[in-house]
Write a protein that binds this ligand. Structure first.
Ligand SMILES: [Zn+2]
Length: 374
């Protein structure tokens, strides 16, 4: 890597709260949310003309199976910090999914959701015991989920597409799958998986209710209130800060520089950094170390480990925590096991390199990191 690249990395870490401790936490988005139900749904949808191999989400992404979680936990337990802590994931989780049967029974007039634990029951023996592994991961501090939106779809746009008979949406729906690339020639859809995207400010009212329901469901299923939030697909209105605060959210994970929709065509652009406070006292979290073993176009990212290590080094040089960012899609194998196995191997290499280069590293979940540093 060039000196120029190093300087850019250092500058990115200039703003934000500092620490002399070498803290690593790993945020991983999308656990709990459906995408492609299974291999059969993938084949059916591909045969119907959906370009399923055009994005990593339609080619690989699905609910984590028992095998996926067990293999992930083994990788996390392959390293330990000097305090004896294993590496720990902070999954941004979606606690619910659409209830396809009830929505169909209503003639697509009404939206119904189900907890992800009900969804898992329709995924067969490969997923039997997944929920127990979530709870085990939480108890053993390998897995500490936080809130990514109640479901990972924009309910209003999902229902509108079904109501106007959108062909790709109905094919996906019939196969219990969501947010897939459209059949060539079909009407393009925007913001299908962008949970909190709004066109009119008044749309925030139903989103507030979704947050209340989702936060309660999260606590019921996982045994604690989440303290951190990142919006599904990275977009939300600051008008939601108040309700998120009331429901227990103290930290909001955002992109460094982002136009937030206020509705009615209005946006506010903000530059955000680690530990910066918003108007209701919540603090922002900005990830600084990307780790995506596969690109969105499904190609392998041959620089994933080396690139992430450069960013961890820059974070530590600048006395920032190393906040790694990744997605579930890399680490699930029900649609294609080989890419999961490869991603897990890369994660293992990354973690081993981190413990080798920085023997005083401390593995934490996101909230522990925030409470210490911010
Ligand atoms: Zn997401």
């Amino acid at each position: 890597m060039s000196l120029k690249d190093d300087i850019i990395r250092d500058i990115k870490n200039l703003p934000g709260k500092k620490t002399n401790r070498k803290i690593v936490c790993i945020y991983i988005d999308d656990y709990g949310s459906i995408r492609v139900k299974d291999k059969k749904a993938y084949e059916t949808l591909k045969a119907a003309g959906l370009p399923m191999d055009s994005t990593r989400y339609s080619k690989f992404d699905t609910l984590a199976s028992v095998e996926d979680l067990q293999m992930m936990f083994e990788v996390l337990q392959s390293v330990k910090d000097p305090q004896g802590h294993y590496a720990c994931l902070t999954p941004y989780a979606n606690i619910a999914n659409p209830d396809f049967d009830k929505i169909r029974e209503s003639g697509f007039t009404q939206y119904f959701r189900e907890p992800f634990t009900e969804t898992l029951k329709r995924y067969g023996s490969s997923h039997e015991g997944s929920y127990e592994l979530w709870k085990q991961g939480i108890a053993e501090h390998l897995f500490h989920p936080e809130y990514h939106g109640t479901e990972h779809i924009n309910v209003l746009r999902f229902m509108q597409a079904l109501q106007r008979g959108h062909k790709t949406s109905h094919l996906a729906f019939d196969n219990e799958s969501v947010a897939l690339p459209i059949i060539p020639g079909d009407e393009p859809l925007k913001h299908e998986s962008t949970v909190f995207y709004i066109e009119k400010a008044e749309e925030n009212e139903s989103l507030k209710e979704d947050i209340r329901v989702g936060m309660r469901m999260f606590e019921e299923l996982l045994g604690y209130r989440p303290k951190q939030f990142t919006p599904g697909a990275g977009n939300y209105s600051p008008a939601l800060h108040g309700v998120l605060k009331e429901e227990g959210i103290d930290y909001i994970n955002v992109q460094r520089y982002f136009p937030y929709p206020l509705g009615d065509g209005k946006y506010v652009k903000k530059f955000l950094s680690n530990g910066k406070k918003n108007e209701v006292g919540q603090k922002y979290v900005v990830r600084n170390c990307a780790f995506e073993p596969y690109w969105d176009n499904c190609k392998r990212n041959d620089n994933a480990v080396a690139g992430c290590l450069e960013n961890v080094a820059a974070a530590f040089r600048m006395h920032a925590p190393a906040i790694i960012s990744t997605h579930r899609v890399n680490f699930v194998g029900s649609l294609e096991a080989s890419h999961r196995d490869d991603s897990l191997q890369q994660l293992k290499t990354l973690l081993q390199e981190i413990t080798k280069r920085w023997p005083d590293v401390e593995f934490m979940d996101g909230t522990q990191m925030c409470e210490i540093v911010f």
